[in-house]
Design a protein around this ligand. Structure first.
Ligand SMILES: [Zn+2]
Ligand SMILES: [Zn+2]
Length: 347
């Protein structure tokens, strides 16, 4: 692994190709796994990413930057490195980066999940020598329900609110989660409205050919409006702000993997918490590692130490990749990582 990728203060650096993978700071050449801001840093001179994520990435990045997009599975040679992108199943266009130098293969998973998601291509296993995996939810307590069950609960909540004459306020991150929520809503229940930051993301999804139900931008409604029975998909940062006053009587809910943690819903002070994550849970993390069957696993971006320890105890060579670890239990920090998007706080 170290011959191909090194951990540096700027992020993971590939000397053979002179580029960074998901750099932490602006660099000349960035290879990025997906459009979330903790992976696709603003201010790089050039970006190389998977083609299905083009619309989302262009939404976030300066138009001065140079972009190159590669379909999933295609390879190009950068310096002496063969680079290709493979579906990660996390959000639209998310990719695992496969780097090959003289027959040695390193896989950087970025964020990924194995469950069903109609808004992006499904995760694919990539055989490799070294696998750098995220571990955001890398503890045995995290086990996701099938998404059909989660959406059944969400639509049931919406039906009940409609009967009670309330407006539903459903919070999800602006890019990825909120579009996945939309795809799972039952539009026969009522009208669906969106916050501005969600609306921007929706546009990129629609332009990329992803089918989503009809939505109306909240900002396009002026004057008195009857919000009873409506579903409003918004970003978490508007919760409790003046922006929500217009909807009258509301029921609020947050959709996130963190809703599995006792206290997270209470701390967010929402009425309902739906456990819906775009990251691997514990069983699928182990499934993915077995499917990619690396000689060495490098764990990052979450519960790195716990995962590395478990893997080692179970006969796999595993190490913590420093730098991207999160302090255990610091959910809000991780929440913030995923929730940041340019302009998210603007209504
Ligand atoms: Zn992400
Ligand atoms: Zn991330």
């Amino acid at each position: 692994m170290e011959q191909i990728l090194q951990s540096t203060p700027n992020g993971m650096y590939c000397a053979a190709g002179d580029f960074y993978v998901d750099p932490r700071l602006p660099v000349a050449r960035a290879v990025v796994t997906h459009a979330h801001s903790d992976h696709a840093r603003w201010g790089c001179e050039s970006y190389l990413a998977a083609k299905p994520g083009e619309n989302l990435l262009r939404l976030r990045m300066s138009s001065d930057a140079r972009f190159e997009f590669l379909p999933y599975g295609d390879a190009i040679t950068v310096g002496g490195v063969r680079v290709s992108f493979h579906p990660a199943g996390h959000i639209l266009g998310s990719a695992q980066v496969r780097l090959e130098v003289r027959g040695h293969v390193v896989l950087v998973t970025g964020d990924y999940k194995l469950g069903l998601d109609p808004t992006c291509d499904a995760w694919e296993p990539v055989t490799c020598h070294s696998m750098i995996t995220e571990s955001t939810f890398g503890l045995p307590i995290y086990r996701w329900q099938p998404q059909e069950m989660v959406f059944e609960s969400i639509n049931e909540w919406w039906r009940r609110c409609r009967e009670e004459g309330k407006c539903c306020l459903l919070y999800g991150y602006a890019v990825g989660k909120s579009q996945r929520l939309l795809a799972g809503l039952d539009p026969t229940i009522g009208k669906i409205y969106c916050h501005g930051a969600v609306e921007k993301g929706i546009g990129a999804y629609r332009r990329s050919g992803i089918a989503l139900p009809e939505t109306t931008y909240v900002g396009s409604i002026s004057g008195k409006h009857d919000w009873r029975g409506a579903m409003v998909v918004a970003v978490p940062s508007v919760h409790g702000t003046a922006w929500t006053k217009r909807f009258g009587r509301t029921s609020t809910a947050m959709a996130s993997g963190w809703m599995a943690v006792r206290g997270a819903r209470r701390r967010r002070s929402v009425d309902r918490g739906f456990v819906l994550s775009d990251h691997v849970d514990w069983p699928s993390l182990l499934t993915a590692i077995d499917a990619c069957n690396p000689e060495t696993v490098w764990v990052t971006h979450g519960y790195s130490a716990a995962v590395a320890r478990y893997l080692t105890e179970n006969g796999r060579e595993a190490r913590v990749l420093d730098g991207r670890g999160r302090i255990e239990g610091d959910e809000d920090a991780a929440d913030a990582q995923e929730s940041t998007l340019e302009g998210e706080v603007q209504p």
